[in-house]
Design a protein. Sequence first.
Length: 113
Amino acid sequence: MPYPRQGEVYFWPAIPANHPMGSKTRRWVVVSCDRYNQHSDSVLACPVTSHPPDPLDVAVSRTPHNGLDHDSAMVCDLVSPILQDELTSPVGRVSFDIVEQVLDRLRMIVYGK
């Protein structure tokens, strides 16, 4: 079975009720690298929200390819591990540039740079 690829957009219907993003079924973007995803039962994914982006978030414009219903924001400080078998089929893909922006925000959060 194929594994989730970095940049792909999925729904995570099994999100725990106590997750900081709430239990709403929402889109998530895989940010972990393909090599990790291929050899792991889980991925690291960033939640997508319709709220305007905060300073640490990454704005994502709706395109025909990313599966978003409207312009959105990726909430970088709430990246979460998700078991691969809890993800739906991919609904879209964001650009490499968007993934790079998320990874830059994560470096800022982790390293302060």
